[in-house]
Design a protein around this ligand. Structure first.
Ligand code: AHG
Ligand code: MN
Ligand code: MN
Ligand code: MN
Length: 324
């Protein structure tokens, strides 16, 4: 079994990028340990704080955020980080080369019921010659990402990583090493499995309602075949399933907060997951356009997401075009 850093060296990945990925994994291993302890370490449950998203922070949201911030900003190659759990970016070495955005604990509504959660990360480079620290450094479209990935803390802890040359998965061994377990992951172009929070059905736009209605109609409907549904409420778990066996995941715009494009955040959920999905041969869209081409204008901006098996995402887009 090949070690993560040796695999990246064989791929001739930039040595400082390898160092940054190793630094990220140091933090994720600490988070994995805290999660394994759970109630025994008194880290479950909610804190007294509300984050900028308006969510009550879980204790582990805060713990994971602090671990990632400290470990990353300790490394002089990191210029700054932006997190779901931080109102504003936090800056480190002013000569640092890399920017990291992260969702320290994705799916944290599941933490108290012991269901899989994850850490999502996206790596950008500081634009050449920019010396002042500002949020603008981070506001780069997803196509500028150098690397992206997540660590899914499930029955096993698995890193899914892309550096722009395909997707590979590494499983955390009891030795503390991430070992290569799935090479050059590819997503089947077609699927019979969809993931959406059905309780929001009455709030969707017509294109989404008609698309989902036809999936539910199964073999008696216009799609002529039956579909299965999954909803974990951890985006990391949904994306991991799709990378592993195909599928489509969508969290679309809905009329509950009509001024927002959706619930998920572009910079540390939409973009990193889109890079993984596209690098594995899938498609990732807002339901109208490619997510990775969005020019961000705020670090916590939302995005509507439909991603997964390429042909199924295309079908969903056709429903939206027909119902515009
Ligand atoms: P986070 O826990 O980082 O705030 O993200 C939760 C997100 C995403 O992981 C998941 O797909 C979605 O919220 C679930 O939303 P619902 O609870 O509305 O189903
Ligand atoms: Mn959250
Ligand atoms: Mn999340
Ligand atoms: Mn989160």
């Amino acid at each position: 079994m090949q070690l993560l850093s040796n695999f990246l060296k064989h791929k001739k990945i930039d040595s400082e990028l390898i160092e940054l990925i190793d630094t990220l994994m140091l933090a994720c291993k600490e988070i994995a340990l805290q999660l394994r302890e759970g109630e025994l370490a008194g880290v479950l449950g909610v804190s007294d704080n509300t984050n900028i998203q308006g969510e009550t922070q879980k204790k582990l949201d805060i713990i994971a955020n602090e671990v990632l911030k400290k470990v990353l900003l300790d490394n002089p190659i990191v210029r700054g980080v932006a997190s779901e759990e931080e109102d504003f970016p936090v800056f480190g070495n002013s000569d640092g080369r890399f920017l990291v955005t992260f969702d320290p604990l994705d799916g944290s509504s599941n933490i108290d019921i012991n269901v899989s959660v994850g850490t999502i990360f996206s790596i950008l480079e500081v634009p050449a010659g920019v010396h002042e620290n500002s949020v603008d450094l981070f506001l780069q479209p997803g196509v500028q990402q150098l690397a992206a990935g997540y660590v899914l803390y499930g029955p096993s802890a698995v890193l899914s990583l892309t550096t722009g040359d395909g997707v590979n998965m590494f499983t955390l061994a009891h030795t503390g090493d991430f070992l290569l377990t799935h090479e050059d992951v590819t997503i089947p172009a077609d699927t019979s499995e969809f993931a959406i929070n059905m309780s929001n059905q009455r709030f969707w736009e017509p294109g989404m309602r008609n698309y989902i209605d036809d999936l539910l109609a199964g073999s008696e409907g216009s799609r002529g075949r039956n579909f299965n549904m999954r909803w974990v409420a951890s985006m990391v778990a949904e994306v991991h399933r799709i990378l592993t066996r195909g599928g489509i995941f969508t969290y679309p715009w809905d009329s509950r907060e009509p001024q927002k494009p959706g619930k998920l955040r572009l910079m540390y959920e939409g973009n990193p997951m889109s890079m993984l999905i596209e690098q594995a041969g899938g498609k990732s869209s807002t339901c109208y356009s490619r997510i990775m081409e969005i020019q961000p204008d705020a670090i916590h901006q939302r995005v509507s997401v439909a991603l997964g098996s390429r042909n199924e995402v295309d079908t969903l887009l056709e429903y939206h075009q027909a119902n515009k």
